[in-house]
Every structure is written in C-alpha cells, then in structure tokens.
Ligand binder design. Sequence first.
Ligand code: DC
Length: 213
Amino acid sequence: MSEPIVIAIDGPSASGKSTNAKIIAAALGYAYVDTGAMYRTLAWHALQQSVDVNDAAAVAALCSDWPAKLVNREGSIWLEVDGVFPEAEIRTEETSAAVSHVAAVPFVRDWMKERQRSCVQFGNLVMEGRDIGSNIFPETPHKFYMDAAAAVRQARRDADGVSDNLAVRDQRDSTRAASPLKVAEGATIINNAGETPEETSARIMGLVEERLN
Ligand code: DC
C-alpha cells in the first residue's frame, strides 16, 4: 500500500488555515487534523488543573501524565480525555491567552509531534498548524503557508466575536526556540486576501494534484 498523503497547511492565526483545510479535507475525503486544537486542549487542561502555564517544568510534568488519546470523530482527529473533547472551552479568551505558553515547551512539542505523526493511522491527512511542513511532516511535498496582512487577520477574528490578541500570540509563536512558526522549506506561500475560501482551496487542490501526477 502506498504511503498516506499529507497536505500541510501552516500560517499565523486567522490566516484562513482552518476554513481551507476543512474544505480540502471534505473535498478529497482526507482526515482533518487541527493541531492548534491539540495545544488548546492541553492549555485548557492546565487551566483546569491550576497549573501555571508560565512554569515550563510544571506544564511538561502535566503533559507527561496526560492520558489524552487521538480519536476520529467523523473525519476530524481530536485529542480526547476520558471521552471528552472540550470543543467550546478551548476557544475561550482564557485558553487563547494561555495556549502559546504551553506550545513553547519543548517537552510538549515532542509529545505533540509523536501524536501528530501517528495520525497517518487514519489515512490521508490535511493537517494545519504552525510547524507541520517544517517539523512534523518535513518530507511531504504538499506544503502551504497561508498568509494575510495582520490587520486583515485581526478583523476576521473580531468579526467572529472572539476576543483574541493575535499580535501577541503570533509574536510568541514566531520567536520561540522550539519549532517556531516559519515558512517551511519548499512551501508555497498562499496569500488569500480578496479571495473566497472556495477559490483559495481550489488553488491549493490544483497544486496538490499537479504534484501527485
Ligand atoms: O491555530 P490556533 O490559533 O488554534 O493555535 C493555537 C495556538 O497553538 C497558537 O497560538 C500556536 C500554537 N500552535 C503551535 O504552536 N503549533 C501548531 N502546530 C499549532 C498551534
């Protein structure tokens, strides 16, 4: 059997990764993996357990004991704990403010990498995040980096009615030592300002198809 195909979609917050990744996964029948949700789930867990997210050793200890497992819920892959996926809780302002601290901890990144690479057990993937093309699946030929101006991205998040300081989070995500957000070698940069998600995802699928043939 041939190796599963992995489409890696990276980029800063509110760059359109989730919208496009979901459209592409549905159109191609691939599993959809939102790695940001995995970091958010751990950040939520830390808040629940009153663990200081600025204490890297405490976050690493919490993560190493965390009995979270990957599950496939109708084509989307999530981390669940005791059968629970805290879908709404991971999008709160509090969790958003905590997540980039948790995501900077080297132990957490190694832990996530192991789980994220093992997602090929679910078949072909569309995986979105910050380091998918650079660190999780550097071998995939299908790497995309989505971008849009900071003001456009903040306006999108505000329009969702979500309070989230993207500039602060993006700064932390791009400057951390452990697998920071960056354009992966060989990635195609997709600037989607002024395009509909359908147009952008069609463009990405066209590029994937060219590489597959
Ligand atoms: O995509 P998102 O906004 O839901 O991601 C939440 C946070 O997780 C974001 O601040 C950066 C971090 N993250 C990461 O460091 N690496 C990933 N592969 C995905 C997300």
